[in-house]
Design a protein around this ligand. Structure first.
Ligand code: NAD
Ligand code: DAU
Length: 359
């Protein structure tokens, strides 16, 4: 039996009529892309949605199972770096929303090449197809990591300089720069969102929130990088998806939009303690390991521009984390098969060389 259809979201229902009618959503089988697609297709009279996804280790058809039978949905397995595939699909669409990327900072430190290929070259392939077909909109899903570290109490605004410090964030800046070039040179109506650290259901368990939740549920250690005092702005995935819909419907081409929770940023130890509290596991599961090379200490966003479009995050960290822990507790069949062979190969490569700083 297919999983139940998603519950309609009032914001998506309100925005859906203002969106382009034929969307090509790349990377839609990943964490944030699938949340966007599920939520959009639950709206009355949604656009046609074609998902193009390579199904890398992070892409998962199960994320889209709730909409698999929707009459306005189609899935194509393919690579955004393949010009012929992209050109053909772009010819049947009037807008591209690009979620496709290599996304994990630690993997970019181990193997940067794939990040340049997908996040920079792949973005260019999509832009070129949008240009050729005269698309109405091109939305690039970017990240707050493009700003690099920012000292307290400042918050990054969209006009700040971009100072990426990891191979991942540098690849996202590379993709963005292609977007700005295509906007200036060819008039492609580009919009960019710069979202903060996102968490919620269906997130591959390598980033801090789903890794710590699933480790805790299995009574495994939670590996904290360094002192655990680096801070992030944690945004619930449904708020991130709504923000993208707002920018797609109402944003001004040629502009970037920060999407962040906007509260005081939260450090890694607080994430770990929150997970332990919600799972009922002891503090001894926290293990300090060697820090991430080039670890950005702080991201914080000024989100006034997106809020002026009417977007406001609806989920506070405490409530969002409680719901997310409950989801992982109830969805072991989703994540247990993922935490197997290839996942543990990565885990060994990433965590084994990190000597324990303290237990
Ligand atoms: P994810 O890793 O969960 O999913 C990425 C998806 O892209 C997967 O389905 C994968 O199969 C697909 N993909 C990768 N390479 C591809 C290729 N060459 N061709 C086609 N498909 C390909 O990522 P996510 O966390 O959902 O992030 C989505 C986007 O949002 C990314 O662009 C990321 O940089 C950005 N972002 C993520 C966060 C976050 O905290 N997760 C925050 C801000 C911005
Ligand atoms: O800010 C947006 C970005 O957030 C997105 O663009 C990226 O795609 C996404 O991966 C995320 O990047 P981060 O590197 O900030 O997320 P991550 O979950 O890997 O790390 C968050 C914080 O937790 C960071 O300070 C490092 C720390 N951490 C992470 C892991 C995986 C740990 O202490 N231990 C860990 O095992």
């Amino acid at each position: 039996m297919p999983p139940p259809a998603p519950t309609p979201d009032p914001t998506m229902a309100q925005l859906a009529p203002a969106l382009p009618r034929r969307l090509l959503v790349t990377g839609g089988a990943g964490f944030i892309g699938s949340a966007f697609v599920r939520s959009l297709l639950a709206a009355p009279d949604p656009p046609q949605v074609t998902v193009l996804d390579k199904l890398t280790y992070a892409g998962n058809p199960a994320n889209l199972a709730p909409v698999a039978e929707h009459p306005r949905y189609r899935f194509v397995r393919g690579d955004i770096c393949e010009v012929a595939v992209v050109t053909a699909l772009a010819g049947e669409a009037d807008c591209i929303v690009n979620f496709a990327a290599e996304t994990h900072v630690d993997r970019s430190i181990l193997e940067p090449g794939g990040f340049i290929q997908t996040d920079v070259f792949g973005t260019w392939v999509l832009l070129e197809a949008a240009r050729q077909h005269g698309h109405r909109r091109f939305l690039q899903v970017s990240t707050d990591e493009v700003y690099g570290d920012i000292a307290a109490p400042a918050r990054s605004t969209e006009d700040d300089p971009l100072r990426p410090r990891s191979p991942y964030s540098a690849s996202k800046v590379g993709g963005e720069m292609q977007c700005w070039a295509y906007h200036e040179t060819f008039g492609v109506p580009v919009l960019v969102t710069r979202g903060s650290n996102t968490y919620g259901p269906y997130q591959y368990p390598e980033k801090i929130v789903p890794l710590f939740i699933t480790n805790a549920l299995d009574d495994r250690p939670l590996p904290i990088y360094g002192d655990g005092d680096a801070v992030r702005d944690y945004l619930h995935v449904d708020d991130h998806a709504r923000g993208i819909a707002h920018v797609l419907a109402q944003g001004e081409p040629g502009r970037a939009y920060n999407l962040g929770q906007g509260d005081q940023p939260i450090d890694g130890l607080t994430v770990a303690r929150t997970v332990l509290g919600l799972t009922g596991r002891p503090p001894e599961l926290i293990q300090h390991v060697a820090d991430r090379p080039g670890h950005d200490r702080r991201y914080a966003l000024d989100t006034a521009r997106a809020q002026a479009l009417g977007w406001h995050p609806q989920t506070q960290f405490a409530a969002g984390m409680a719901a997310t822990v409950a989801w992982y507790r109830e969805h072991r069949p989703w994540w247990e098969p993922i935490k197997s062979g290839a996942f543990w190969d990565f885990y060994q490569r990433n965590y084994r060389p990190r000597p324990l700083a303290s237990a």
